[in-house]
Design a protein around this ligand. Structure first.
Ligand code: GRF
Length: 191
């Protein structure tokens, strides 16, 4: 359970790309009685598409390359502290955070992954599921620990793999479900 200060949990969303999960989390945060406030978006890519959405919605955002991981992580930690962030949601964030960073936010970082973990940790999950002739794939929201894609599972959703699926078509269907389960998972851990 995430402890928050005041009546809303202050969330930072970390992205690297399109930011469609950021969108779904943001719209969820704007619902009546929502217990969530998205206070900042952090991106490791200056031109991540998701930043346009942040701009449009007046969400504060910062970009750091994370090339010098430690230096940038320290800067990020500072800003998260300044904004009293209680929870980090990774949403297509393609950098691996250091052990130290994760420890500082122990139990307060969650991620969405496009497979039914513990199957297919890492990249290229859709192709791997198809090539393995799996009947189902799906998506998982889980806590982040120093071991990649291995933290406790919060919520999963299965998606059927059809005979004529390719990585693109499967990805599209799974993404749709991601947009549903990420807010749901947030709700679960905040209640
Ligand atoms: C999603 O498929 C997510 O599961 C994975 O990266 C993708 C991010 O998509 N970790 P978006 O940037 O939220 O559209």
């Amino acid at each position: 359970m995430i402890k928050s200060f005041g009546n809303k949990t202050k969330v930072a969303v970390f992205i690297s790309g399109r930011g469609t999960n950021l969108k779904s989390l943001f719209y969820f945060s704007k619902k009546k009685k929502s217990k969530v406030e998205i206070c900042i978006v952090i991106s490791n890519k200056k031109y991540a598409k998701g930043l346009n959405f942040a701009k449009k919605q007046n969400i504060k955002f910062q970009t750091y390359t994370f090339k010098n991981n430690l230096k940038d992580e320290l800067k990020v930690l500072q800003i998260l502290k300044k904004k009293n962030i209680n929870l980090i949601c990774l949403a297509g964030f393609m950098k691996i955070l250091s052990k130290e960073f994760i420890k500082r936010f122990k139990g307060k970082i969650i991620n969405i992954h496009p497979s039914l973990l513990p199957k297919y940790k890492g990249l290229d999950t859709h192709n791997r599921a198809i090539n393995n002739n799996d009947k189902y794939s799906g998506c998982t929201v889980h806590y982040v620990t120093p071991k990649l894609d291995s933290g406790k599972i919060i919520l999963q959703r299965k998606v059927k793999i059809f005979k004529n699926d390719n990585a693109k078509s499967l990805k599209k269907r799974i993404l749709k479900q991601e947009h549903k389960i990420y807010p749901k998972a947030l709700k679960m851990i905040l209640n």
